[in-house]
Design a protein around this ligand. Structure first.
Ligand code: ATP
Length: 360
């Protein structure tokens, strides 16, 4: 078993005032693929380096496989890692670089050859096995580092932006491959990225970090569908979740939800809610667009039309606010057109106006 348990990890770098990580507690289950995601400077790398033993926490503990490793050096933690500055050996050919960890463990040659061959194939490096790192592109070198890390089949794999040097197409291809191979190996993996699409597609769970703290952790779709606050909803997903100020209106037969001068029936989820002012969060794909008015529709105007291939992304203006709305590619509409929006009540999320935390 190689679960990772982090308890109250805090780290402030000397000479800085704000903590890089602040009281982080997190459990990564045995065999789980956990993605740490968040904007630049939120503490992802620092957290990963503390798990690796490359940085020591000011406070808190790290347990791996039930063992307290907080004071153990990196090499005694039984990990395999790929960091942004992928240190591969310039004097060794790709083949020897990938085989390095296996050779160190005195693995029989036939097995080394087999595993290096598999890893090279997986990372599309077979034709480069006899080259030296200086003869490779940045993306190819990065793939050598990934191959070297996965080939040893360690209990725990730590990766910090391992695909950052690949172009968009390769990145997507390797994302899929990585998911497949790591899933097959069953290695407990912690993966750092600032790319929200990568986080959503790779993780069994994602932990969204903000300013050294965990803003939310959960399965990707859960975090995507029900972000705990506006920060998470704005960070995960492209386009970001829409947030609109609204007001609960209890006059009339049925409670309503007001957006500026417009009113729709309030979703049942808000029935017991006390506050009048709130923020409604809704994803672009959960808003339906019509070319005519109807019950519980909101009048808006199209500002920008952006075809994305699989869909059309509209930027519309609703009561002085901009909103992203997704329509099928067959939907024909031009800028300036009036539209009417219908939001699936079950897909609306509600946040307190005061502090943007979720109303459950
Ligand atoms: P990025 O996505 O840009 O790599 P990150 O989320 O990985 O960012 P960290 O590298 O962990 O963030 O940095 C967290 C905070 O700690 C940042 O404010 C950063 O400036 C600071 N920091 C990181 N390393 C050091 C260091 N060696 N000395 C001082 N401050 C540091």
């Amino acid at each position: 078993m190689a679960e990772i348990v982090l308890r109250n990890l805090a780290k402030t770098y000397p000479g800085t005032r704000t903590p890089a990580t602040d009281d982080i507690s997190l459990e990564v289950r045995d065999g789980e693929f956990l993605v740490l995601v968040g904007p630049s400077g939120c503490g992802k790398t620092t957290l990963l380096r503390m798990i690796a033993g490359l940085e020591s926490p000011d406070e808190g503990t790290v347990h791996i496989g039930g063992r307290d490793v907080t004071d153990l050096p990196a090499r005694q933690r039984g990990l395999s890692m790929v960091f942004q500055s992928y240190a591969i050996f310039p004097h060794l050919r790709v083949r020897q670089n990938i085989a390095f960890g296996l050779t160190m463990r005195k693995t029989p040659k036939a097995e080394v050859d087999r595993r290096v061959g598999e890893a090279a194939e997986l990372l599309h490096l077979t034709e480069y096995l006899d080259r030296y790192p200086a003869q490779l592109s940045g993306g190819q070198r990065q793939r050598v580092a990934v191959a070297r890390a996965i080939v040893v089949d360690a209990d725990v794999l730590l990766m910090d932006e391992p695909l950052s040097n690949l172009d968009a197409l390769l990145r997507m291809e390797f994302r899929t491959e990585l998911k497949r191979i790591v899933g097959k190996l069953g290695t407990t993996t912690v993966y750092v990225t600032h790319d929200q699409a990568e986080a959503l597609s790779l993780g069994d769970r994602v932990a969204v970090l903000r300013e050294g703290r965990i803003a939310q952790v959960g399965p990707p779709l859960e975090v995507y569908d029900a972000p705990t606050d506006e920060f998470v909803g704005g960070f995960l997903g492209a386009p970001p979740m829409n947030f609109l100020p609204a007001r609960l209106d209890r006059t009339g037969d049925r409670p309503g939800l007001r957006f500026g001068d417009q009113r729709i029936t309030a979703p049942a989820a808000l029935a017991g809610h006390g506050s009048e002012e709130l923020t409604v969060g809704v994803r672009a794909e959960n808003i339906e667009v019509f070319d005519a008015d109807g019950p519980d529709r909101l009048a808006a105007r199209v500002e920008v039309v952006e075809p994305t291939g699989a869909a059309i992304l509209l930027t519309v203006e609703l009561e002085g606010r901009q909103l992203k709305v997704q329509t099928p590619p067959s939907f024909r509409i031009g800028p300036g057109s009036p539209v009417w929006l219908s939001v699936d009540p079950g897909r609306m999320r509600f946040y307190r106006a005061e502090d943007s935390t979720a109303i459950r």
